[in-house]
Design a protein around this ligand. Structure first.
Ligand SMILES: [Mn+2]
Length: 361
């Protein structure tokens, strides 16, 4: 205790409150509530959701809490480690449901939010009996979890969404792949696009937790200017540009379908909108690529196509014939890295099929 403070509290003035030493730990644990925020890792919407949750919680629930951020990834087997839920409050945002009683907040918008029927039943029952009322929220109609959080915060808790409008706008565009053009998706002009590139490529487990608080503190252009963010960008943009040039050299567009084979150039992923940026007239694209753990046939369709959706084929059905899968508009087939010939054969068959049914003829 400093002399000034002891001078004040030991004086005879009855108006001065004396706080006994033994109350301090109690007071501290009440004031500095420990909130652990679990978010979808390496995902722009996941990071934005974690940031928005902390801002909402601080403004609408409790002022003096401390927040820590923990990324979650989809994998085979158990997604959660119950022993990680050690906060006074534990929140999951933009990720699957956990029935753990330690979870005090949950927000998600994914169609596949419940891993098991038991999880779904736990949620349904908790909402019905009021246990989870105003604490666990799910709505698959929302394009981004960030937008969903802003909506729940403002309609149920008096949260002011105006200062986070830019963040919500971009989370919707990135998570919903609602880019207005192939240029917007590929040229990376907007700060949100550059941040997405950094978030999706980082291998540093400390990077996203450091970034999260900034996302609701300043405009995205300012976040991007922070030295620990800015320094990561040049090599990523350089790699993006190299993949663009490579696909330009290797791709051919014919009868509404693009094909490119970059399997001899090891690459851990490329921007999936590049083929339509180069060949905007195409409806479909087939790409053969190779990474450390697989040879991949990517089967996609042009999000900006003028093709009548009724005339388009279901790409998931085609991929399933070869042991792959996906959605109606985008799918993939994985082969072991050493079975490139098999992958090339599958790609050739699919290309022939799509070109024979060119929907723009
Ligand atoms: Mn999301």
């Amino acid at each position: 205790m400093t002399p000034e403070v002891s001078g004040l509290t030991s004086g005879p003035d009855p108006a001065i409150l004396v706080i006994p030493d033994n109350e301090i730990p109690l007071r501290r644990s009440t004031l500095f509530l420990n909130v652990r925020v679990f978010y979808h890792d390496k995902c722009f919407d996941g990071a934005c959701s974690a940031s928005l949750f902390a801002r909402f919680h601080r403004e609408c629930i409790i002022r003096d809490a401390s927040y820590t951020y923990h990324g979650l990834v989809h994998r085979a087997g158990a997604l959660f480690n119950e022993a990680d839920f050690t906060g006074d409050e534990n929140a999951i945002v933009d990720f699957k449901y956990s029935a753990s009683p330690a979870i005090t907040w949950w927000f998600d918008h994914h169609l596949s939010a419940f891993l098991t029927p038991e999880d779904q039943e736990d949620y349904r029952r908790g909402i019905a009996d009021g246990r989870y009322g105003n604490r666990r929220f799910y709505d698959a109609a929302y394009t981004s979890c960030t937008g969903f959080l802003a909506h729940i915060g403002s309609t149920k808790f008096g949260f002011n969404p105006v200062p986070v409008a830019e963040l919500v706008h971009w989370a919707d565009i990135v998570d919903g792949a609602l880019y207005e053009s192939p240029q917007a998706a590929v040229e990376m002009a907007d700060p949100a696009m550059k941040l997405t590139l950094v978030i999706e490529s980082t291998q540093d487990p400390m990077f996203i937790p450091r970034l999260i608080p900034l996302l609701t503190e300043m405009p995205l252009a300012e976040v991007l200017k922070q030295p620990f963010v800015a320094e990561l960008l040049p090599p990523l943009l350089e790699r993006h540009h190299r993949s663009l040039c490579l696909i330009r050299d290797r791709s051919e567009s014919q009868d509404g379908t693009i094909y490119f084979d970059i399997s001899d150039e090891p690459m851990e992923g490329y921007n999936k909108f590049i083929p339509y940026y180069l060949h905007p007239e195409a409806t479909y694209s087939i790409g053969l690529s190779k990474s450390s753990f697989r040879t991949k046939v990517s089967v996609g369709s042009n999000p900006w196509t003028k093709t009548d959706p009724e005339k388009m084929v279901n790409l998931a059905t085609i991929c399933e014939r070869y042991g792959g899968g996906g959605h109606a508009r985008v799918g993939a087939i994985s082969f072991p890295p050493d079975r490139c010939d098999e992958a090339r054969q599958a790609a050739a068959e699919i290309i022939a099929e799509l070109r024979a049914h060119n929907p723009l003829v």
